[in-house]
Design a protein around this ligand. Sequence first.
Ligand code: ZN
Length: 271
Amino acid sequence: MPEGHTIHRLARQLGGALAGRPVRATSPQGRFAEGAGLIDGATFERADAWGKYLFCDLGVGEILHVHLGLIGKFRRREFPPVEPTGAIRLRLVGEDTTWDLSGPTRCELVSPDEQRRIVDRLGPDPLRRDADPDAARARLARTERPIGATLLDQSIIAGIGNVYRAEILFLCGIHPARPSSTLSDEQFDDVWSQTVRLLRIGERSGRITTTDPDEIGVPRSRMRREDRLYVYHREHCRRCGTDLRTDRVGGRPITHCPSCQPARRSRPRRR
Ligand SMILES: [Zn+2]
């Protein structure tokens, strides 16, 4: 499912393929016919990502806003374009590429003010150069909610989804039920730097890989699917062999290692 790395990669690919040239926009499925009509023939200026939100500026005043949700896809297709199959909400055709958007939770034109309001509700995005980790640090320090839940909260950190949160907490040795406010500064720094590192690897390759190539014995590009993650959808801890546990935290299941991620008594955060 798309996490922040997917959207940043998509923004980079759309920009590379379409920017600076006019695009033909249609809504083969019909549900975005009016919006597609407004951007049809416009010059694609830039694509930008903030967490899981994609914004494309076509210089028409309003901005194309796309959120893929859990099942949405924005895929490069054959060029010249062939008759679309399935429910394609939006098709963009540039000079030499075709892009089909299907199954998004949002596909709409928004004003620059609305775009700002969407972004203002989001926490810092670890993949953005302008990200301010201290904004996330301050928000976590103020809440007793479990860290497994707050890492999914896009208003605290934008871009982490269910796979990355399990892997980040494993790598940091933090139990998912631990109250967010009890993380030390060092633990927060560790969470942030692992998040930046892992999302960057994902953005470059287009898939989520969190394991260390030295541990697996092959480079990331040659890893088997089952060797790419430490805990997500696994039964035993890759590092210590302990049976993994799966609990619901933040409304979704998260797998963790009771031995590598011990629960501990919460204590007041030290400053
Ligand atoms: Zn373990």
